[in-house]
Write a protein that binds this ligand. Structure first.
Ligand code: CP
Ligand code: NVA
Length: 321
């Protein structure tokens, strides 16, 4: 793996994304195979926003590998306010072996990675949520065999989860459709990257304002909250604008007969998705949530163990040849 951090799905080659997904599947199948791999290692987890899945899956994941997780809330460190991002990075690198960050501006995780000598993992920013996309495609691999050629319809807000779903879809050869209201499309740079990477992998990325067009014939229908963390003030106006994008039984009915319903969670039942869909036999939302654990264990193992153990061996082999 060429990358020291896990900041964006875009930083990896398609082969590296597939390698991490394969590793996650292997670790899920053989949970005790890597016990103790991260013995003596500590992951600092900086949370500037709330979390259930990310916090629990990283904490439990590193424990299962023999390491330890340290939870740091905004009340403790107040990134960039009590102390600069630079100083937080330079202090933590002396005491822990990896940092997971959930924050607002995406450049904070990029700056942490620039300053710190230890791996930085993006646990969600306003721009992207790469760990979520790894769990999402792991779920698709388990249930559909692969993601290549699948029609993946994301319906709702062109947000952080949508961006990472597009990036990973482009890496893996999926046909990602994004249906949003006018003005809520994914960022232009994200779309451009997905379209270009898709040309190499056989994937596509298509935007529409018509949820039915996106859902029709889809293998996967995905949605997320209409107002993300940090957008609470827009909640009411978004509620009106996004109402036609609700994933209900009628909209889901346009998808393939064996389509999956996916959601990163937390869900606002009755808003972006109805109970009839999220509680249906098509829904795989709890499998996605569980797969956060397995996908992230693979990321932790690669960044905090294999890079130290395998890279010197690989480099020595390269020198010999
Ligand atoms: N999907 C997800 O990241 O959930 P949390 O916000 O609870 O961590
Ligand atoms: N888009 C949501 C995802 C939560 C996991 C948010 O940023 O709040």
């Amino acid at each position: 793996m060429g990358c020291h951090n896990f900041l964006s799905i875009r930083d990896f080659s398609p082969e590296e994304i597939r390698y991490l997904l394969d590793l996650a599947r292997e670790m899920k199948a053989h949970p005790s195979a890597h016990t103790g791999a991260l013995k003596g290692k500590t992951l600092a987890m900086i949370f500037e926003k709330p979390s259930l899945r990310t916090r629990v899956s990283f904490d439990v994941g590193i424990q299962q590998l023999g390491g330890f997780a340290l939870y740091l809330s905004n009340a403790e460190i107040s990134l960039g306010k009590r102390e600069s991002v630079y100083d937080v990075a330079k202090n933590l690198e002396r005491m822990v072996q990896g940092i997971m960050v959930r924050t607002y501006a995406h450049d904070i995780v990029e700056r942490m990675a620039e300053y710190a000598s230890i791996p930085i993992i993006n646990g969600l920013t306003d721009y992207s949520h790469p760990c979520q996309a790894m769990a999402d495609y792991l779920t698709m691999f388990e249930l559909k065999g692969d993601a290549a050629g699948l029609k993946v319809a994301f319906i709702g807000d062109g947000n952080n989860v949508c961006h990472s779903l597009m990036f990973a879809g482009a890496q893996l050869g999926a046909h990602v459709w994004v249906a949003t209201p006018d003005g809520y499309e994914p960022k232009a740079d994200a779309v451009q990257w997905a379209v270009e990477r898709g040309r190499q992998s056989g994937g596509t990325c298509t935007l529409t304002h018509d949820p039915v067009e996106a859902a029709t014939g889809a293998d996967v229908v995905y949605t997320d909250v209409w107002a993300s963390m940090g957008q609470e003030a827009e909640k009411e106006s978004r509620h009106r604008i996004f109402a036609p994008y609700q994933v209900n039984a009628e909209l889901f009915g346009h998808a393939k007969f064996d389509a999956l319903f996916m959601h990163c969670l937390p869900a606002h039942r009755g808003d972006e998705v109805t109970d009839a869909v999220i509680d249906s036999a098509h829904s795989v939302v709890y499998q996605q949530a569980e797969n956060r654990l397995h996908a992230q264990k693979a990321i932790l193992l690669e960044l905090m163990h294999y890079r130290e153990v395998l890279e010197p061996v690989r480099e020595a082999e390269l020198l010999r040849t």
